[in-house]
Design a protein around this ligand. Structure first.
Ligand code: KG4
Ligand code: ZN
Length: 381
């Protein structure tokens, strides 16, 4: 299998002060199998002792998207290997752990089940307590893992499977201001890349092509900007790109490299403008709370896009807010974020037992209307 295993941000072990928690995190909700060990002592920054991610890009490459059954099988095969590697790289054994944190949703159900069963099995065999946590909370709480960011803060989750604005009031207290009503931006980047014959994942390919292109040549729509609020839509944008592509082909008998670069630039500029304007609206709502240190944080693979990052940074500056983007390895799916959410839950005394269920859908904010649809890259909760 040609997957990739990487170890990021390791740190040496120290003596354990009182109250120290060392948790194993497990992540398998989409197409990355991951295990990580995070240690935290009250008053100190958390330390990522190891973080192992086994991607599945090659396994799904021929199908143009993540195939849930293939993903689930690969998770089942890889989880124990990832756990072993995470322990080895941290220089620990299962006996050194205080507990396990596992993604219990939302996501592709077969994968989530694989992780939950792994956590239950490890717990049954070792007696370690475990907790099932929300994958989106993992992304949303990452700025606390990386920068000890105090509550509240504004979060934009923007990846292949997610796109939403959240005010993070507490580790289990989220206010959803809005999100995509159809595709996530990463999904739109991936589909657009496919329409233009660019490789997957589409985001980096489209960004590279856009760099050479003229963003003004093709004016693609900015969906839902005419409507108030923070909801977004990206599937129409991809359709507009398809129509524009076909028009160019019909008129010129084909697509030149310049045409493709200009289409990518036009598409990326549209996504940028939508995310920037909706961030402005989300920031306006968040600033009404008079946060002492206003911050907008971003997570998810699309946060790797330089023009999008720059646009969000500019919007943050307009509001006098800080902009925080965790290192990319912690913006994309990983298990360190899951271990961290588990630590926050363990400190509050939360534990699960063998009745824990895997949940395909699990909105972070139950008071906001649920989002519909489930994309190729997982549930949109
Ligand atoms: O967070 P992530 O690794 O996985 C989930 O979707 O959960 O995000 C992957 C997504 C893919 O759709 C990929 O095309 C997009 O992030 N992406 C980018 C860039 N790098 C990755 N999108 C735009 N520009 C990029 N540079
Ligand atoms: Zn994710």
């Amino acid at each position: 299998m040609s997957d990739t295993l990487s170890n990021t941000l390791t740190a040496p072990l120290t003596d354990k002060p009182v109250g120290t928690l060392t948790l194993l995190g497990l992540e398998s909700s989409c197409d990355d199998t991951a295990a990580a060990i995070v240690r935290h002592s009250p008053g100190d920054p958390p330390v990522i002792l190891s973080s192992v991610v086994a991607g599945q890009t090659e396994l799904h490459a021929a199908y143009g998207g993540v195939v849930p059954e293939i993903a689930a099988r690969a998770h089942t095969e890889k989880l124990d290997i990832c756990v072993e590697q995470a322990l080895e790289r941290a220089g620990l054994t299962l006996k050194d752990l205080d507990g396990i944190s596992v993604t219990a949703g939302p996501g592709l159900i077969g994968g989530v089940l694989a992780g939950v069963m792994c956590a239950k099995g490890l717990s049954a065999a070792t007696g370690l307590p475990f907790v099932g946590v929300n994958h989106l909370a993992g992304h949303a709480l990452t700025p606390r893992l990386t920068d000890q960011l105090p509550f509240p803060y504004l979060m934009l989750l923007v990846s292949g499977g997610h796109c939403q604005f959240l005010i993070v009031h507490g580790f289990d207290d989220f206010k959803r201001l809005g999100g995509t009503i159809d595709d996530a931006p990463g999904e739109a980047f991936d589909k657009s890349a496919r329409l233009l014959g660019l490789p997957q994942p589409g985001g980096p390919a489209v960004e590279a092509a856009a760099e050479q292109g003229d963003k003004k040549r093709f004016r693609l729509p900015r969906p839902l900007l005419d409507r108030p609020g923070c909801d977004m839509s990206f599937s129409g944008l991809k359709t507009a790109l398809l129509r524009t592509r076909d028009k160019v082909i019909a008129e010129n008998g084909g697509l030149t490299r310049t045409d493709r670069n200009d289409l990518c630039a036009g598409f990326q500029a549209a996504v940028c403008d939508v995310l920037a304007e909706k961030s402005r609206r989300a920031l306006a709502q968040y600033m009404e709370l008079n946060p002492p240190r206003p911050t907008i944080a971003v997570a998810g693979g699309v946060a790797a896009n330089t023009p999008i990052r720059a646009a969000l940074e500019t919007v943050a500056a307009e509001f006098g807010a800080d902009f925080l983007a965790p290192p990319l390895a912690l913006c994309t799916d990983n298990a360190a974020m899951i271990a961290w959410v588990g630590i926050e839950h363990f400190r509050a005394g939360h534990r699960d037992d063998q009745t824990l269920s895997a949940r395909p859908r699990w909105p972070l904010d139950n008071s906001s209307p649920a989002m519909l649809g489930s994309g190729k890259k997982g549930a949109k909760a």
